[in-house]
Design a protein around this ligand. Structure first.
Ligand code: GZL
Ligand code: ZN
Length: 310
C-alpha cells in the first residue's frame, strides 16, 4: 500500500484499503453518467477508497487532479483521457512517484510503459460497424432519390480517441460504396445541445441530407430535435446512426427515430477494480483489455429495452 502508516483493524486484521484516484472526463453524456456510476459503485463493492474528480471536459483539470493524487500518494491512479495527447509529463511524474496508472475508456498517444493497462472499447470497430450498416442498407438510404447517399457527421470532442477512431472506422467501411458521401462533418462535443446546434446549421445549408452519423446517442438525440423542428421525420426523412446504446438512445431507436445504434459499454467499473487489485498485488495484467459490446436495429431495441442497465 502507498502509505506506510497503514491502519490495522482493532482486531489486528490488516484492513488496509487500496486508495484509487480517478480523474473523470466530465458529465457530458448519458454514457458518461453511467460510466461514473459504475466506477463509484464498483469501488464501494470492492472496498476501495475512491477519490473522484470531474474535469468538466478540460484537460488542465484532469492533469491537476492526477497531480493531486500523486501528492496524496494514492495507491493507484485511473483516468479516461479527455483527449489523446498532452498527458506524457504527468504520466512521467506518476511513474517517478512509483504510482501505477490504469487507462479506462479512452486511450492516450503516449509511451505505453507509462501505464499498466488500457481497459476500453475498440472505437475503430464501432465506427466500422456503423459504416457497414449503412453499406448494407444503402438501397433504401438515398431517401431523396438523387443518386447520392448524402451523410452529415456529428463528431465527438475534437482530439478525443473515440471521435478520431469512430470517424476513421466509418470512413473506411463506406469506401465500399461510392454513392455514399460525407458532405459535412463538425464536432458537437458529445452533447445533446452540441448535436442539435450543428444539425440546425447542417439543415439550413443543405436540403438533400439523407443520413446523420452521430458519434454518440446524445448528439443523435439533439439532431432529432433539430430535424423535428424543421418539420421532418427522424428515422424516415433522414436516417440516423449513433453509438453508445444508452437508455434514451435505445428508446428513440425502438420508436423508429434512430435506425441503428452501435453499443459502447460504459460499465467498466468491475473490471477496473479487479485490474487495480491485480496491479497493486504486483500481478501481470494484459496491456489491453477490450470490453464486450454489440449493436442494435429497431426490432432488436424493442426486445432488449426493458432490461437495459443504463
Ligand atoms: C466512449 C466515450 C464517449 C461516449 C460519449 O467510450 O469516451 O464519451 O461515446 C462520451 O457518450 O461522452
Ligand atoms: Zn440522396
Amino acid at each position: 500500500c502507498g502509505s506506510d502508516d497503514a491502519a490495522s483493524g482493532s482486531d489486528g486484521s490488516d484492513d488496509v484499503k487500496i486508495t484509487m484516484g480517478f480523474a473523470q472526463v466530465g458529465a457530458e453524456s448519458g454514457w458518461r453518467t453511467a460510466n461514473t456510476k459504475s466506477i463509484q459503485e464498483s469501488a464501494a463493492d470492492a472496498g476501495i477508497d475512491l477519490k473522484f474528480t470531474d474535469a468538466q471536459g478540460k484537460q488542465e483539470n484532469q492533469i491537476q487532479a492526477i497531480r493531486s493524487y500523486i501528492q496524496q500518494k494514492v495507491d493507484v491512479i485511473a483516468f479516461s483521457p479527455v483527449v489523446e495527447t498532452g498527458f506524457d509529463a504527468v504520466l512521467q511524474e506518476a511513474k517517478a512517484a512509483n504510482i501505477p496508472v490504469i487507462l479506462t475508456d479512452r486511450a492516450v498517444d503516449a509511451d505505453p510503459s507509462l501505464y499498466k493497462t488500457f481497459l476500453g472499447s475498440d472505437f475503430v470497430v464501432e465506427g466500422e460497424k456503423a459504416g457497414q450498416w449503412l453499406v448494407d442498407n444503402a438501397k433504401d438510404s438515398d431517401v431523396n432519390g438523387d443518386g447520392t447517399i448524402n451523410v452529415v457527421q456529428l463528431e465527438g470532442t475534437t482530439g478525443a480517441a473515440p471521435a478520431i477512431d469512430r470517424a476513421e472506422g466509418f470512413a473506411d467501411k463506406i469506401k465500399a460504396d461510392d454513392s455514399i458521401e460525407v458532405t459535412a462533418s463538425q464536432t458537437g462535443d458529445f452533447t445533446r445541445d452540441g448535436g442539435k446546434q450543428v444539425m440546425e446549421s447542417f439543415l439550413q445549408s443543405d436540403d438533400s441530407i439523407d443520413v446523420v452519423f452521430a458519434h454518440n446517442d446524445d448528439m443523435g438525440l439533439g439532431a432529432i430535435e433539430a430535424i423535428e423542428a424543421a418539420g421532418l421525420e427522424p428515422g424516415k426523412d433522414i436516417k440516423i446512426i449513433t453509438i453508445d446504446a444508452v437508455k434514451d438512445g435505445m428508446t428513440a431507436l425502438s420508436e423508429g427515430k434512430i435506425n441503428y445504434i452501435v453499443e459502447c459499454n460504459p460499465l467498466l467499473g468491475p473490471q477496473l477494480m479487479d485490474l487495480a487489485q491485480q496491479v497493486i498485488d504486483g500481478e501481470e495484467v494484459p496491456a489491453r483489455v477490450l470490453t464486450e459490446e454489440s449493436a442494435f436495429d429497431q426490432a432488436q431495441a424493442k426486445d432488449v429495452l426493458a432490461d437495459r442497465q443504463y
